[in-house]
Design a protein around this ligand. Structure first.
Ligand code: ADP
Length: 400
């Protein structure tokens, strides 16, 4: 048996998602999450061979200890020897990283350099990289950037209307995120549409806790809703998305917030949670709206309205549209949100096949459009697979 397993890590500040991906069969053979890291009761949940296991970590345990515990567990399962590379999701690669990179000390220094653009995200990714290097000192480690796929966006779409010098000197521009997901979806959509990916035009809505829409022309990202940071654009679970930037001043000058409170408000207390005053979990919001909760209904209405406006605006860079595609936890599962968004886009002629929309849930892909109008597709995303495949193709270049 040839070894083809890639250990994929996605580190947040207090959590760590992981998967063991077989790059040959494209299957995840193990997956899980270490959560509440740094708290009194951190734990790891592992899914393997149809079993779910929870391992308690000692109080205050952080990423290193979670990774060490995981490695011990992989040994127990007899999987550690089959791992050929570690792939890391890195949120921000700035303009420096247009593709994935084999990690070495210079690459780590470069990732640290761009971290000032993503102080809420990249530091945790670097912690994960260093912990994995200690745990797997002999394996190649690969960084896969959320921003890389969006490096084909043209200047008229990525620049803010700020003094140009802020871009030239300080790199202030729109970068976009969720790139691995949008890239994966563009390939899968092309297959379902039976077209070469470099002739396929889609609008991809990745709707998870974070959410972004990307206009993809001929397989390449040409505009996307997230910006300098993952805060811009759509309404998200706890993030506000687009705002009048003067609200920042207003909160500070008139309502006595300090800057860190504003940052917390925009990132953690807004979005579906802030509007509904109930939850950031779309499932709960849909249930509450169904039962007549006015805040939950308003949160859904604002979420769908903003999303439909973005999708409509992305017909501008595309000119021709093959399909709108929904992915991410909400996009893959919420027939309610998909139907509502498409009904808001009726000017383009979208119609929805009710049964197909219900069928395309819980991991099932499918066309959900009716017999007239443009196509709409649901496709489950697989960022871990992209990370594993990138890692495998980078280590292949090492072996040449
Ligand atoms: P992350 O961005 O953390 O990877 P996910 O892509 O897993 O998030 O998406 C999480 C979101 O998907 C949550 O808001 C969750 O409520 C929503 N979701 C999952 N299943 C359903 C469902 N059946 N109906 C509506 N929303 C769902």
């Amino acid at each position: 048996m040839t070894n083809s397993l890639v250990f994929v890590l996605n580190c947040g500040s207090s959590s760590l998602k992981f998967a063991l991906v077989d790059s040959k069969t494209e299957q995840q053979i193990l997956s899980g999450l270490a959560d509440s890291l740094g708290s009194d009761s951190p734990f790891i949940k592992i899914k393997y061979n149809g079993n779910k296991e929870t391992i308690k970590l000692s109080a205050g345990a952080m990423h290193q200890s979670a990774i060490d515990t995981l490695v011990a567990q992989l040994k127990e399962y007899g999987l550690d020897d089959r791992i050929v590379a570690v792939g890391h999701r890195v949120v921000h690669g700035g303009e420096k990283f247009k593709t994935s990179a084999l990690i070495n000390p210079e690459i780590i220094a470069e990732i640290e350099q761009v971290s000032q653009l993503a102080p809420l995200h990249n530091p945790a990714n670097i912690v994960g990289i260093n912990a994995a290097i200690l745990a797997f000192p002999t394996l190649p480690q690969v960084a896969v950037f959320d921003t890389a796929y969006h490096q084909t966006i043209p200047a008229h779409a990525y620049l803010y209307a700020l003094p140009y010098e802020l871009y030239k000197k300080n790199g202030i521009r729109r970068y976009g995120f969720h790139g691995t997901s949008h890239f994966y979806i563009s390939g899968q959509a092309a297959k379902m549409l039976n077209k070469p990916v470099n002739q396929t035009n889609i609008i991809c809505a990745h709707l998870g806790n974070g959410a972004s829409v990307t206009a993809i022309a001929n397989g390449l990202s040409v505009d996307t809703s997230m910006g300098l940071t993952p805060l811009e654009g759509l309404v998200m679970g706890t993030r506000c998305g687009d705002l009048d930037p003067a609200i920042n001043n207003y909160l500070i000058e008139q309502l006595n917030y300090d800057q860190s409170q504003v940052t917390e408000l925009f990132n953690k207390k807004s979005g579906l949670l802030g509007i509904s005053e109930l939850s950031n979990d779309c499932r709960l919001i849909e249930e509450a709206a169904e039962e007549g909760h006015a805040g939950a209904q308003l949160a859904l209405d604002i979420f769908c309205y903003r999303l439909a406006k973005y999708i409509a605006s992305y017909t501008v860079p595309l000119g021709e549209l093959d399909a709108v595609v929904f992915t991410g936890g909400i996009g893959e599962n919420s027939d309610v949100i998909r139907a509502k968004v498409l009904s808001l886009l009726k000017i383009f002629g979208f119609t929805v096949d009710k049964q197909a929309n219900l069928d395309a849930r819980f991991g099932n892909a499918g066309f959900i459009n009716g017999s007239t109008g443009p196509k709409a597709i649901v496709i489950p995303t697989d960022e871990e697979l992209v990370i594993a495949q990138d890692a495998i193709s980078l280590i292949a270049t090492l072996e040449q």
